[in-house]
Design a protein around this ligand. Structure first.
Ligand code: FES
Length: 99
């Protein structure tokens, strides 16, 4: 599959099909916190999905457990546990406070 792009905090990021959001962001030089090293235990990589939520896979078991424990809204996703999709528009937590 050809590379595609998505947006985070107004920046366009190139990605490949099996990239996590975190992998694609870090490769593009977008600073996204990831204190636990992408093991899904810290929550610091949480991003807010502004558009394209339906393009994402459902939460894996690691993310689902944290989402349940921390009362995530559907738009809140862990960048390290979520595979990127074309047409996404995301905000990092420093740009979007939880409503
Ligand atoms: S980097 Fe820790 S949960 Fe994603």
């Amino acid at each position: 599959m050809k590379p595609f792009s998505f947006e985070i905090d107004g920046l366009l990021v190139q990605a490949s099909q099996n990239d996590s959001i975190l992998e694609a962001c870090l490769r593009a030089g977008v600073k996204l916190d990831h204190s636990c090293g992408a093991s899904g235990s810290c929550g610091t990589c949480r991003v807010w999905v502004e558009s394209g939520l339906t393009h994402l896979d459902t939460r894996n078991s690691v993310e689902a457990e944290m989402a349940h424990d921390r009362d995530f809204l559907p738009e809140e996703r862990l960048a390290c546990q979520t595979r990127v999709a074309a047409g996404l528009s995301l905000k990092s937590p420093r740009f979007k406070a939880k409503p």
